[in-house]
Design a protein around this ligand. Structure first.
Ligand code: R2B
Ligand code: URA
Length: 326
């Protein structure tokens, strides 16, 4: 049984393993180890940028799904120099660092790990942070700024901490594709995410504020996301920025901006692995560029996205248990 019904592994791998071994360098694992007994039962691969958040998510999943842990805490497996990876029952929680180059490494090595372990029917979920495009109401002065209502929240009640589930990943040109250079040639790949998986996660949101829309994945945090507060003169104005962000909102249905969605979506689509992107919003980019919330608020915002995904996993585990009992 393959990783997922449509997964086709790289044909070069079989020869590599039979001649010697495949070294998963950044994970600190290789195919001489008993990967099968360690990882064959993994189903939900939950990835996020921060190593600390990966451990926090594993502990939260263990507690909320009632999965006992040796020593009552999640421990990172193997090498922790580049990422933290913890396993809690069928959940693998792993950090991928910031940006698509770092993500590309972990997507490849985790996918090979699960392939060698004989894992089946896996789903990949990125649980991340982002800048939201949460409210597009221009104020009545028409001066381009979003309308802030009295209690400091924006317009119709969406505010930082709102979770965005992505329909598609959109690149910096506002296209649903990921562009990369391979052997000197431009390769453009589609970035559509799994609709059923995204809908099922949405259905598990409980009372957490969640919206669906497109997620823009950029190759930078400052200029590439239209910020005005980088170290160098960006060469564009506040008006230019707002015009672009509004265009992204209105014409490409972008609801949040981060740094991994394009590679994540295109890799999973190419691999035939169902994938979803669930990001909390740390700020509303239609209101500013700086992340000014307190540590407690930021922790709560991240917790919102984690809670939604854990609720989804709980729903799935209950369904599987019921199906097995029937
Ligand atoms: C969201 O947050 C990080 C930048 O602060 C980056 O990894 C991303 O996509
Ligand atoms: N992560 C990003 O990439 N952008 C933001 O604005 C916030 C978090």
């Amino acid at each position: 049984m393959p990783l997922s019904p449509n997964f086709i592994p790289n044909p070069n791998l079989a020869e590599l393993v039979s001649l010697d071994k495949d070294v998963l360098y950044h994970l600190g694992l290789n195919t001489d180890m008993d990967l099968q007994s360690m990882f064959h039962d993994v189903k939900y691969i939950c990835m996020g940028g921060s190593p600390n958040r990966a451990v926090a998510f594993a502990n939260k999943a263990a507690e909320e799904l009632g999965i006992p842990q040796a020593g009552n805490t999640a421990y990172p497996i193997a090498k922790t120099e580049r990422c933290n990876m913890c396993k809690v029952g069928p959940v693998l929680s792993i950090s991928h660092g910031m940006g698509m180059p770092s993500l590309e490494i972990f997507l490849n090595e985790v996918t090979k790990l699960l392939h060698y372990a004989g894992a089946t029917d896996v789903e990949y979920i990125r649980i991340g942070t982002s800048g939201g495009l949460l409210n597009d109401n221009e104020n009545e002065d028409g001066d381009g700024s979003a309308e802030v209502i009295d209690d400091g929240t924006m317009g119709v009640g969406v505010k930082p901490g709102t979770v965005v589930i992505a329909r598609k990943a959109i690149n910096g040109y506002l296209k649903p594709e990921h562009e990369t250079a391979i052997l000197g040639k431009k390769r453009v790949r589609p970035t559509i995410l799994d609709e059923q998986l995204s809908d099922d996660i949405m259905a598990a949101r409980g009372d957490i504020e969640v919206v669906m829309g497109n997620t823009m994945g950029c190759d930078g945090f400052y200029e590439e996301q239209g910020r005005l507060d980088g170290a160098l003169d960006p060469g564009y104005t506040e008006e230019d920025k707002m015009e672009f962000l509004r265009k992204a909102y209105r014409e490409a249905d972008v609801r949040n901006i981060e740094m991994e969605s394009g590679k994540f979506a295109s890799f999973c689509l190419q691999a035939g692995i169902p994938a979803a992107i669930v990001c909390t919003t740390l700020l509303d980019r239609l209101q500013g560029d700086q992340v000014t919330s307190t540590d407690e608020e930021l922790a709560q915002f991240s917790d919102n996205a984690q809670t939604v995904v854990i609720s989804y996993i709980r729903d799935q585990l209950v369904k599987k248990r019921e199906a097995a009992a029937a």
